[in-house]
Design a protein around this ligand. Sequence first.
Ligand SMILES: Cc1ncc(COP(=O)(O)O)c(C=O)c1O
Length: 373
Amino acid sequence: MRPQIKPENPNFSSGPCAKRPGYDVNQLDLSVLGRSHRAAIGKQALKSACLDTARILGLPEGYRVAVVPASDTGAMEMAMWSMLGERPVDVLYWESFGKGWATDINKQLKLDNVRTLSADYGHIPDLAQVNCDHDVVFTWNGTTSGACVPDADWIDDNRSGLTFCDATSAVFAKDLPWDKLDVVTYSWQKVLGGEGGHGMLILSPRAVQRLENYTPAWPLPKIFRMTNGGQLTEDLFTGATINTPSMLCVVDYLDALNWVDSIGGVPATVKRCNDNLAVLEAFVAQHDWIDFLAKDKAVRSNTSVCLSVELSGDQVKAMIKLLEQEQVAYDIGAYRDAPAGLRIWCGATVETANIQALLPWLEWAYNEAKSTH
Ligand SMILES: Cc1ncc(COP(=O)(O)O)c(C=O)c1O
């Protein structure tokens, strides 16, 4: 039977993700537009983006936040290019984006003394193998496999290396243990449903120490530079960006932060993600034709939820197309490098009622695709 009720919002993409509930572009405070980003008004907006982020995330004293170019990729690459090479590196990956960082380290930076620990889609590597006196590069939540680290207990509190964590699908979705993380990156268009183009870079005091005491052997483009004469460019962490950001995107991010404040902060955004995942878990438990790529609940993402379906690759494509044609789910195909299946974003901006409304449609589209393709 074709279901009757459609999700009010069919946006389940894993990035850019759904706008927050109640989002209205006309409600944004646009007074900064058409002005210099270095004028007091622009600088203040950028400063708020940094300092409100630190406050809402509950970052420890001394942690710094910057808005940097080129989204999460820009933030990760400027950190790796600026700080790696000082000591051996353990790089961990279990899906496409993490693999990209391993490629950067091994083939672009061409570092010696690198251990690459990897696992297949749906799994994570053995975290007990990690040596925290090396620099450690990992992705908290592998967006394309839906597998994440279960916790940070494997990170030594007394480590001498730095931890570099691409947490783009985890910040605001997990209660992150900041003391274990020295470099954290994310982008606005993920859990908060902001706009793309800008990266957020969070640095611990030990990361700053590395920046001030280590100069890599390779040249750094201006877009990556965070120090001047061996000193941290502190202005960068209070809104003086390296180059020109989109102030429209900045204002949109501030709107998203306000929303987080208004619903109760990070505990509320984490709960929204967990509630969304729980709805899918109940559905998977009741249907034997669908399963999580990450079968172990401990490593299952509560944002990018990746599912395998008992259909051929062409049938999965037909299923996804049907759901799009019916305007009940957009952009839910698995990432191009991942095994065929579905990926349903469960981040904080997705309403649980919309995930619920999607379920009968999943079943309907599965049966249609199975019988007609
Ligand atoms: C884990 C992870 N890292 C990096 C990226 C790249 O992010 P951006 O497009 O913001 O640079 C993505 C994008 O989905 C991602 O999921």
